[in-house]
Design a protein. Sequence first.
Length: 380
Amino acid sequence: MSLSWKLFLSYLGVIAISLLILSLSTAFVAPVTFSEQLQHIPRMMGGGPPGGVPPGFQRGQAAALLQTLEAELDANFRQAVNGALVLAAVAATLAAGATSWTISRRIVRPIREMSRASQRIAAGHYEERLAVQADDELGELTRNFNRMAEALAQTEAMRQQLIADVSHELKTPLASIQGYMEGLQDGIIPPTAETFQLVHREADRLQRLVRDLQELSRAEAAQLQLELHAQDANELARSAVEWLRPQFDDKGIALEVALFPQPVRVRADFDRARQVLLNLLGNALQYTPPGGRVTLRLDRADSVARFAVEDTGVGLASDDLEHIFQRFYRVDKSRSRASGGSGIGLTIARHIVEAHGGRIWAESAGPGQGSTFTFTLPLA
Ligand code: ADP
């Protein structure tokens, strides 16, 4: 039952209890008090029979007596009713007070608990949860509170994990730069152009990592500002392929593109969607040995356009397929790091695709058997 109904019914309950007490009081207390008052009347009348002329009274005197009697009766009746009403008022106030107090406590208790829990959460105890006790608005509020606490706990866990990951990622290039510098200072490493280039490469890696992290933090905070327009998916694919073709030629990998025969209008941010394609094609280039082949295929299905980047490269084990979209996940850490990979590219790609309302996934028949990365974008 909803809280407003409960409140409404409880007020009706309080009124009903008061009325009941009032009517009980007038039904039982008033007659008793009234008959007590009536006891005094015969004394007043000198003990004569009620209704007759009392002994020793003239008719005129009897009329005067009747008048006095009426006035007395009226006063007694008022007194009796008033007495009953006072009693009823006290009893009704006590009963209504007790009922209201019980109801208020039932309503206020969960709110108090919530206030206490929110203070504990604010103090960093993210594990704090409340027991859902009712199925009304307060129960709903409690459930939402728990959901909020859960989200805060997750964000906090992600923040801690991110700090741990980032420090780990920064450690390697920094240690490497430090090693070169110490070697140069001690004269163990010769100050050749090659040494400086190695130091430069490490600094370059740090810079790329910082740039990727900025991008990742924007993506994870769902702050990717997308400029969504209707685009031709064929044009997107062509643009990414042409940009990377020289690098594929250099490495000796065939790059093929299978466009859709008609224009495929997608609702996308051209630069961001292209960034995803460049990332997938760049990975395919990186993880495919010379002599291999990479194909970008564009398809149309129901309400989406589907881009698939297929390669004949190193492939992925099924365990890895589940994790590669998580940040900092790399299958072969040393190989990926040596080529400047930070394990963030696919995470950013996933955020971009999902911000468009699409989906991204990877498939592979296993290590050494190539892999296919596919993502969808909604049709315009
Ligand atoms: P990185 O910058 O390390 O390439 P990504 O997030 O782009 O980071 O990729 C994460 C990991 O997924 C890579 O380290 C690599 O192990 C694996 N991976 C990505 N693309 C491919 C591919 N086409 N073939 C095989 N493995 C891949």
